[in-house]
Write a protein that binds this ligand. Sequence first.
Ligand SMILES: Nc1ncnc2c1ncn2[C@@H]1O[C@H](COP(=O)(O)OP(=O)(O)OP(=O)(O)O)[C@@H](O)[C@H]1O
Ligand SMILES: [Mg+2]
Length: 403
Amino acid sequence: MLNITGSPVEGDNFFGREEELGRLRRALEAGNHVLLLGPRRVGKSSLVAEISRLLSNDGWSVVTLDVQHVADEAAFLHELLDSLKRSDVELPVLTHIEGAVTAFRRMFRGTRVKGAGIEINIGDEPADWETAAGELRKLIPTLSGNARRMMIAVDELPVFLSKLLAESDGVERVRRMLDWLRSIRQACGTSLPWLLCGSIGLDSFVDRHSLSSTINELQPQTIGAFDEETAVQCLHRLANSAPYTLHLTADVAREMIQRVGWPIPYYLQLMFHALVELPQAQRSQSYPAVADIEAAYQTLLGPHHRSHFAHWDSRLGDLLNPQELNRVRTILKHLCGLPEGSEHGVLLNVLAAESPHADTRALDRELRDLLEFLERDGYLIRIGDTFAFRSFLLRDYWKKRFA
Ligand SMILES: Nc1ncnc2c1ncn2[C@@H]1O[C@H](COP(=O)(O)OP(=O)(O)OP(=O)(O)O)[C@@H](O)[C@H]1O
Ligand SMILES: [Mg+2]
């Protein structure tokens, strides 16, 4: 098992998650369309990569696409078509579908550059969304008629939808995209399941834009942190895998878990990396010992490790409008200095102090929504009426960076 901090992992580098894999497999084998939900960086893409690998080993055809860099509908259709071609699915001759998608793409780009006076010749091909998207809607459900079982996994759909939302007629375009995807899933029935996930929850996204009906047939499945025993085993596995042979006692492993405060595999990999690469000069006599954990933890808070947490910051801007973003930043800035957290009422006062003219009831409603979002995405934990940073590591990063 390699010490990987960032990219999704699978195979020998994928640890644990037997229960989640079993649940996911049963759902997909029964033909359910699944929405995988979990806090940021918890290991969703890795779980999708691993189940895809396992199903492929069992003879399934698995089509995977990551649409985080897709900018518009035309690029989305193109990406979907491309991922079908990259997979081992037996495809019919696609000439007319490719023609429709390409024509739509050219026309689409054309409408965008027309203002600059550039003429686009789209020829005689039909070049609209209905034609291009309709061709794919017809094609995809027929693919499940092949002898091999098939699955389509889409990662980062909400990131793409957020970009679309910011365009003109954004809400309508997002609705059209979600309706179209739903109609394909319906046509696929139980013979071709879809698996969706993303670093922004699709459930939060549709909730916020009153589009819940476009995904209400998806079966939600959740993934959370490791329990303590699994986290200890994961650290031991890392310590005993080449190129490292680190003698990690159970006490040291538990101290690492205590220190990060929330054992998602990403933080364990980060802590392990920090410990194993701790400069000689900073190591204790009995390295690796409990005494070394604090030094390792502090290196993670240094400037070189910012990129590991920047994601938590930047994804906020993908989902929230500027006013919500300001409020969330105020909440997080307030909470990063308070390990024990703050009560809802205190947070309301903090927001009210920044917006003295806001209607208190409206502000209270807004706060509730934002806290729910922060809890769902793994920034905060709620205990009774008190909210606090879920991970000590993220809290200390936030404090260092923004307080
Ligand atoms: N099962 C696992 N075994 C070992 N490490 C894991 C596992 N799952 C996740 N990780 C660690 O967490 C990191 C992030 O994993 P992944 O990209 O799957 O998370 P994610 O939930 O998709 O994140 P995001 O919310 O940013 O999309 C990986 O680079 C790896 O360090
Ligand atoms: Mg991911």
